[in-house]
Ligand binder design. Structure first.
Ligand SMILES: *[C@@H]1O[C@H](CO)[C@@H](O)[C@H](O)[C@H]1NC(C)=O
Ligand SMILES: *[C@@H]1O[C@H](CO)[C@@H](O)[C@H](O)[C@H]1NC(C)=O
Length: 321
């Protein structure tokens, strides 16, 4: 008896130390330093989007990325009518130069791309040492299509990572198996309960804060709208330290009990991208259910001015370890 309870006490003490959730800032990206922390990933879109991810020279020349002291704009072309037989709409995919594992990252976002056909995302995945996706996992933090009101968080992994249906989160479980090899690769998604967490609603509300925390034991994602009185101290101010224990119930909680986090998730690059149409936004049923006109590709080809609001405005990104 005595030895059992001694072990229990030791375990509790050890785990509370191991999970001490106060973190200190390691990366503070604002204005030009935010753009400088990313490379322009001018690759073909793996999801067959109606997009051309441009390089840095083109982005700067066309003013598709722009930094002032406290704002970073990341956007698509909104002036060119596209040749249906030619390439897609110029846009941006940024990939962080640094990789990140455990810790907390906060994204202070004022505006995100909106509009029919848009598929913006802020996410992370691993490709260290040539590992092939999804060996090191993918975490979709902010993602959705076609002006949907609610954000969709998801993990995508190799086979063998699942999460319980019911868990301590405010969002709705969409899938419990994170396996990217399942047909259609839905991932283990969670729909946010906030109708201002994505698209036009997010933008008219002034955006808000997205945050992700990774430990050896779990992944959590939070969203606080700009006017949410519950935004924790430290987050809104962009403090030099944050205590995630004070952040309340997350939008999405992925516990490690039936998903070995250290096995399925490696060092990740953060990605900020904006594609059009493709496998999700452009799927006929998804596109028309959103009340969007014509076909996705025709719409993106012919209505450049409708993409004037297809831009991110980041106030800052901060990482804490
Ligand atoms: C852009 O983001 C979406 C959403 O995560 C992703 O599925 C797609 O593969 C991305 N495209 C590129 C080229 O990164
Ligand atoms: C580039 O975009 C920014 C942000 O929208 C704008 O303030 C600036 O005037 C633009 N620069 C040029 C040369 O158009």
């Amino acid at each position: 008896m005595f030895s059992v309870s001694a072990i229990t006490v030791a375990t509790l003490l050890f785990s509370s130390q191991a999970h001490a959730a106060t973190y200190a800032i390691t990366d503070n990206y604002v204005g030009q330093s935010l753009l400088d922390a990313f490379i322009y990933d001018a690759i073909p879109d793996p999801t067959n989007g109606r997009v051309v991810y441009v390089d840095q020279t083109t982005a700067v020349a066309q003013n598709l990325t722009y930094a002032s002291d406290d704002s970073v704009i990341i956007r698509s072309d909104s002036t060119t009518i596209l040749d249906p037989a030619g390439a897609g709409r110029n846009s941006i995919r940024l990939k962080s130069s640094k990789v990140y594992t455990n810790g907390a990252t906060v994204f202070n976002i004022r505006h995100m791309p909106e509009g029919c056909g848009t598929w913006p995302a802020v996410w992370s995945f691993g490709e260290t040492d040539g590992a092939q996706w999804p060996a090191l996992g993918e975490i979709d933090i902010l993602e959705g299509v076609n002006n949907q009101p609610n954000d969709q968080v998801a993990l995508h992994t190799a086979t063998g990572c699942t999460v319980p249906e019911t868990r301590d989160q405010t969002g709705t479980t969409l899938m419990t198996d994170c396996d990217a090899n399942i047909v259609g690769n839905p991932g283990c998604g969670v729909e946010s309960a906030s109708a201002v967490s994505f698209g036009p609603g997010f933008n008219s509300n002034g955006g808000g804060w997205y945050a992700v925390e990774r430990t050896a034991d779990f992944i959590k994602v939070w969203f606080w709208a700009r006017n949410d009185a519950a935004v924790p101290s430290g987050v809104a101010e962009g403090s030099d330290s944050v205590t995630t224990d004070n952040w309340g119930t997350p939008t999405a909680y992925f516990p490690g009990d039936t998903c070995n986090m250290e096995k399925f998730f490696g060092a990740h690059n953060f990605i900020i991208n904006l594609t059009f149409c493709g496998a999700w936004a452009g799927a006929d049923d998804v596109y028309s259910a959103a009340g969007c006109p014509s076909t996705c590709v025709d719409y993106v080809n012919n209505n450049p001015a409708d993409f004037a609001n297809a831009y991110f405005d980041f106030a800052w990104i901060k990482h804490y370890d």
